[in-house]
Write a protein that binds this ligand. Structure first.
Ligand code: ARG
Length: 256
């Protein structure tokens, strides 16, 4: 009996170490540590991007405001967009805020917080290029990998090719260099990119779809979801959200 107990006490922790923690941190663990860990990408202006060495943007500031409401310090993990859901499932951070639009497919593996903005995918092309869905017939489109823009492009009929890029800066560069005929991205990202590159000769075209964007977290991490939603509601109520939205977009981009 004693032998069996000793054997089990040696084997159980070992097997736990091998599989690693099977759950994302619960609220209590986060609260006790005093720090919440958030992931973002850093390549999606004006939501999450680098200004020189500084990680900034609407979502970066919003997450800081949310953490403050929760009485926590915020630690950032910068993770490529296409790897974020897998990394979340491996508990490498507590939540991600990187403009994830709600999709039924994603909702199978992660939970979505309440939306922190509403937006849509938009076409951009050279001024004389394909600026409407109809005009994309027979043309090539560049999109960021693993995005709802890639999903939308797959649904368009008659495209010559869909080329995927690690990030939107790369997709935009490909359009500039005529490696693709059009680029589909978030309408605010298109605007920010075109504002910064007025000489590129590129215009924003037709909207392709609309979406609601949320923070994502581990499935069934219920208390953390409640805390994030509660803090988001508070910053939306006390004017913090509005001020940040005005700063980055000169308008309120919340879902109404
Ligand atoms: N909204 C799009 C989606 O849900 C794109 C998000 C891209 N985010 C980023 N940080 N690059 O797929």
């Amino acid at each position: 009996m004693r032998f069996l107990a000793r054997l089990l006490s040696a084997v159980i922790p070992l097997s736990l170490m091998l599989v690693g923690p099977s759950e994302a941190r619960e609220w209590n663990a986060i609260k006790q540590s005093g720090t919440i860990i958030a992931a973002t990408e850093g390549g999606f202006q004006p939501f999450n991007y680098y200004d020189g060495p500084k990680l900034t943007g609407f979502e970066v500031d919003l997450a800081e405001a949310i953490a403050k409401k929760l009485g926590l310090k915020l630690e950032w993990r910068v993770v490529p967009f296409d790897g974020q859901i897998a990394a979340l499932k491996q508990d490498r951070f507590d939540f991600a805020i990187a403009s994830h639009g709600y999709t039924a497919e994603r909702a199978k593996s992660v939970d979505f917080a309440n939306p922190h903005y509403c937006t849509g995918g938009q076409i951009a092309a050279h001024k004389d290029g394909p600026l409407t869905v109809a005009a994309l017939d027979g043309k090539s489109v560049g999109v960021q990998l693993a995005t709802t823009y890639a999903d939308a492009a797959k649904k368009l009929k008659g495209l010559k090719a869909i080329k995927t890029y690690k990030g939107d800066p790369e997709a935009f560069a490909a359009l500039r260099a005529n490696k693709v005929d059009a680029w589909i991205s978030d309408k605010f990202t298109v605007k920010a990119t075109l504002d910064k590159n007025p000489d590129a000769g590129i215009s924003a075209g037709e909207m392709v779809f609309v979406e609601r964007v949320s923070m994502i977290l581990r499935k069934n991490n219920k208390e953390l979801a409640e805390k994030l939603n509660g803090a988001l509601a508070e910053v939306m109520k006390d004017g913090t959200y509005k001020a940040l939205s005005e700063k980055y977009f000169k308008e309120d981009i919340s879902c109404r």
